[in-house]
Design a protein around this ligand. Sequence first.
Ligand code: SF4
Length: 279
Amino acid sequence: MTQNLTKHVLGLSGGKDSAALAVYMRQHHPEIEIDYFFTDTGKELPEVYEFLNRLEGFLGKPIISLNPDRDFDFWLKQYKSFLPSAQTRWCTRQLKLRPFEHWIQKFLDEGMEAISYVAIRADEQYREGYSSNKDKLKISLPFMEAGIDKIGVMELLDSSGLGLPKYYNWRSRSGCTFCFFQQKIEWVRLMEHHPQAFEEAKAYEKTAVESGSPFTWSQGESLEDLAKPERIAQIKANHEARVARQKANAQSNPLRPDDEPIDIDTLYGQSKICLTCHK
Ligand code: SF4
């Protein structure tokens, strides 16, 4: 199989793992000509674009932006204003996977094979996400093969000078501003850091509930309720207690500074994450 008959692609979510994988492939496999792509839902954090711009500088080549042919509002109407949810995740299918499948299909139709590099780390179990159902599209997991875990990812980002995405100060996941996988503390912080995005999410939710949607963005309460001062204080207190417990339980690691932010997935468990959007 010669290289020019094989398309090598690597999807960037705006998150740390896929960015670290791009760094790793550039450093360890410069001979492979990779197309880096980002599937833009149009509802991303500004910090994501800033991070991808910096990554472009490191890679020395443009990141291809794949835009869905129809935007979030179009699909929301198709789904009768029902918000996407962990149970009905139409957003990932329509806004992330579909544009990728259309794009890659062109190359497969031209007779090429494709390899998609995915940033599952060695310390993770394989999680639900994009898996190929096409013979000519293969999935490669270089971090698994090389035994690169979360600390390895942080080292790749540090040593390349790229660092973490800036939203890491307050939220540890990439993806849409209103992603329903967010923890309650992340909603509070979205409200503080991007009040307009929070208001937009609130407006979508209001329409959804009025249209009979069984889902609110955050489980068990509306954003309007979540944004009440007493509720915010409670969410922050719960979060701080969780951080304190985690710190007390953590074995000290001389390689990492004590003030390194503990990411949300470590604190709340990794089940609430999407491989396509949050890598
Ligand atoms: S980031 Fe969240 S809301 Fe956006 S497409 Fe992915 S799962 Fe859906």
